[in-house]
Design a protein around this ligand. Structure first.
Ligand code: ADP
Ligand code: ASP
Ligand code: MG
Length: 400
């Protein structure tokens, strides 16, 4: 068997944890398996590096941010190879340049284009455990890129796909995917399994347990994932195409605190205005999520929408630069908002799910500012201070 095993930051945070991971990998190796290990940076390394950069320059060049952030993973893989050597097992660390993990050019948010397998296969054939840096890639200018926060999961899935791995195991600090973040909702339940589509929605809507693009890629290449704990032997959660779940209406609740709301007030009420607004944003690669249009006074309308906080400043700037052409009166930006979502395949065939969610929010006095839905999810925009109480109430209503 060829097994890809990915370990997150807390799982390699110190010497004891590194040896714990090394031993778990060696167990599989000694059973005769080929083992590829993907690692994140140790503990809070990535956060610390970001803070260091901001000390030097509050608005650092993205290319140099990638040069800096990619060092975290380089440290983990080298130390892991040293631990395995000490335990008497042949192992080799490789970074994205050595494997050659080709990505798009977008710094801090690159996507894989192609991943080479020659070097990894050659090392595996030599009987070595191969330890690869998560989160990083190389673009066509031979510059280092990173995949966005949490991107090591995507490295693991990409490798599992191209190497045709028999298993892709994501080890983290919780023992699986829960019906809500167990740090916020202590009585959340662990799921035995979940479909790619539901997991993709949850990950996109704020459940950081998996990087959303890792789920997208797992679905595309049909790589079954197992999410489990690096510290216990508990069973974990399987993420796969179809599930025979206990028929749950809602399989999870997620919150995203990194949202910002932008309202454009007093746009001319004529055809083509919405096109002009969102075309401008799309050309700058700004992802717009919830959109609400309402009729204002006289011959005007207002459009509000949400974006990621990291893109809010840029969005506001572009809109302001085009104020005359877009014919609006005022722009309002708010960052103290959050998205709360429920996700479940069972929603499709059930009436009253939205009403039940809104009731759970009303019960705890939470005001809804925007609403958006898809076949398998409902998302509301609320005040950021309401998130935890709202999440508990909604979780209680559907899951317990
Ligand atoms: P790693 O460093 O291993 O990649 P992350 O911090 O990225 O770990 O992801 C694990 C964390 O995700 C957990 O500690 C948990 O608080 C959080 N989380 C959010 N939503 C969920 C969920 N639905 N199920 C499990 N964990 C979740
Ligand atoms: N170290 C990176 C981060 O903290 C990547 C990851 O953990 O997956 O975002
Ligand atoms: Mg993660």
């Amino acid at each position: 068997m060829l097994i890809v095993k990915k370990f997150g930051g807390t799982s390699v945070a110190n010497k004891e944890r590194i040896y714990n991971v090394a031993k778990r990998c060696i167990e599989d190796y000694k059973k005769g398996n080929k083992v590829v290990v993907v690692l994140s940076a140790m503990g809070d390394t990535t956060d610390d590096l970001i803070a260091k950069a901001k000390e030097i320059n509050p608005d650092p060049p993205k290319r140099e941010m990638d040069a800096l952030l990619s060092t975290g993973e380089q440290i983990s893989v080298a130390l892991m190879a040293m631990a395995m050597a000490k335990l008497g097992v042949p192992a080799v660390s490789l970074n994205a340049f050595q494997v050659v993990m080709h990505t798009t050019h977008h710094h801090l948010n690159a996507r894989f284009k192609k991943v080479d397998t020659d070097r990894i296969n050659a090392e595996l054939d030599q009987g070595r455990i191969v330890i690869v840096t998560g989160f990083q890639g190389v673009n066509r200018y031979d510059d280092v890129t990173t995949l966005g926060r949490g991107g090591s999961d995507t490295t693991a899935v990409a490798l599992a796909a191209v190497l045709n791995a028999d298993a892709c195991e994501i080890y983290t600090d919780v023992d699986g995917v829960y019906t809500a973040d167990p740090r916020i909702v202590p009585d959340a339940r662990k799921l035995k399994e979940i479909s790619y589509d539901e997991m993709l929605e949850l990950a996109t809507l704020g459940a950081q347990v998996l990087h959303n693009r890792s789920v997208e890629m797992a679905k595309k290449y049909n790589v079954p994932l197992v999410v489990r704990s690096s510290l216990t032997n508990a069973e974990g959660t399987v993420v796969k195409e179809v599930t025979k779940m206990e028929s749950m209406l809602v399989s999870g609740v997620a919150a995203d605190k990194d949202a910002a709301r932008i309202a454009i007030i007093g746009l001319k009420n004529t055809p083509g205005i919405a096109f002009r607004v969102f075309d401008l944003l799309a050309k700058k690669n700004i992802n717009v999520d919830m959109i609400l249009q309402s009729i204002g006074r006289e011959d005007s309308k207002d459009i509000s929408f949400t974006v990621d906080q990291t893109q809010a400043k840029e969005a506001v700037q572009i809109l302001k630069e085009n104020q005359e052409r877009l014919t609006f009166q005022k722009l309002v930006e708010e960052e103290n908002v959050a998205k709360l979502s429920i996700v479940g395949a069972g929603m499709q065939s059930n009436a009253g799910v939205a009403a039940k969610m809104f009731e759970a929010l009303a019960d705890v006095g939470v005001n809804i500012r925007m609403i958006s839905t898809s076949e398998i999810r409902i998302t509301v925009l609320i005040d950021i201070d309401d998130v935890n109480v709202a999440m508990k109430s909604v979780h209680d209503a559907f899951i317990n």
